[in-house]
Design a protein. Sequence first.
Lengths: 316, 295
Amino acid sequence: MDLLAHLRYFHVVAEEQHFGRAATRLRLAQPSLSQRIQRLEREFGVRLFDRGRGGAVLTPAGQLVLAQSESVLDAADRLRSVVERLQDGEAGTLRAAVPAHLGGAAVAALLTAFQERSPGGELDLRELTTAEQTAELAAGTLDAGIVRHPCLATGLSFGPMLHQPLGVLLREDDPLAARPEVDLRALTGRGLAMPPRANSPALHDETLTAGARHGFTPTAIRIVEGLEFTRALIRSGADLVALIPDPPPEPGTTWRPLAGRPLSWRTSTAWRAGHDGPAVRVFAEAADLALRVHSGMFAAPAERPRAARPEMEFAL
Amino acid sequence: MSEAVPPSGTAVRRAVPRINAAFADAGVTGRLHALDIDTGASVSVAATHLTPTSSLHKVCLLATLYREAAAGRLDRTRQIDIPAAERTPGLSGLAVMRDAVRMSLRDLATLVVAVSDSAAADVLWREVGFDAVNRTMAELGLTDTIAVHDMAAIREALRAHPDLTDPAALADISILNPARTNRSTARQMAELFAAVWREEVCAGEPAEELRALLGLQAWTHRMASGFPFDDVRVSGKTATLPTLRHEAGVVEYPDGGRYAVAVFTRAASAAAILPAADAVIGTAARIAVDALRSV
């Protein structure tokens, strides 16, 4: 059995929650898709979906397999890109990465701006978490990236810091979705969908602390990776929300800005200190432009005031 | 003034079971009173039960010191000679220092807040007196807030019970019985802090000095742990006795919102170090403050 291929079929069914729709998307006959999923279920010895008239709903075991297999598929993609690079001989290629949730428009603008500034230069762009990027930058397998802050800065240099306001992703029929903007305090009593803390521990903690500062302490944290799965979870449960930048619209969920812009993701370009060759500088310029124009990012606002406390151990 | 409109009754009602759940999860029973200093809106959990105050009564002492000073009946800059002998033993401040010092009343007050210095507190108890402190609390309407002895007497009472880990023995300790020791309620301790911030204890420059002083406490494992925000100021004073952990204080947000909070806890365990019981004071305080700031 081609495990990777079967896992990809499984992911599509999980996203569509429907064998017919998934089969259409995969351009397969529905019976053939059903057989492949059954094959995977036999292989794992667990049932992955509850099949009903309404569609295919992940079983608890299916949810676990989905979460775990995501990293398997990501690793397979990375392996393929490494192999392709070896085949290409890496000539003139800048190895770069972007984080999730940057938005298709920003990534497209980045690619265009890079090509305009560097005719003939190749950009090998991957989607990596900040932790993966800092590790690969240090290891020398990545030349430049776009990282979310706070991130571990040892050995790295950064471009200008840009802010991207976060809003709240709600179920379409949520009463709060009727408002033009949402006060964080109005989310009291809700759970929060967040990526695994290990992706960027400092950002995870900072998001929770900033939420608490503005009156929102989630009742529970639901760990979920990827925008599609986040949307699916929010659609399936009224008490779950996510705090993310404005995503591409999709029926079922609604994004609303937060009143007073209390939360933002800080983003900048990054490269290994002392390794800012011409291609890296072109990437940094192109990225800065693309992020400002297409991701709604803006330069850092003034620092908030600080209340001095003895535990700080130094006077302000 | 706070930008927040007065909280809905619903938010406050919903906070109470969450506060009790947090107390239960930390292995304590708790009492809490939180009030918006400007609107008077409040959250209460068993807030009128008499409870031993221990070191929290130092706040009553300092409030009286500043009220007497503001009224011209006492000079808070007066220097006191404090010989090395005859100091109340303790674990911080002058109580652990070895040599004679000369210090003003207000600098003694600083040590009392910063490190809960019991030796410095007892010097002030002698200078200010129980009658003046109890009278001041009565004038402020805090009639359940009563001092009957100083920190040396509390220490003596504890020393009479060598086994502080035995629950049966603990039940007999006089200073854990609010009828026989310094006492108050969560509500009145929060109201005392509110009175200091509203300038009802004293006004003007002495009041500013007193509020600044109450922001100097060095430890942050209790109330302040619930507000780990760079722009939020937490002032307060802790109190600790076997199984009892308290803190009362004021939380100030940069939008002008200010909240007086008192949290009293009693742990099931007699262990001296209980990080969860310390931290739940901050957790409970923040649930209450969030409810007062709710939309």
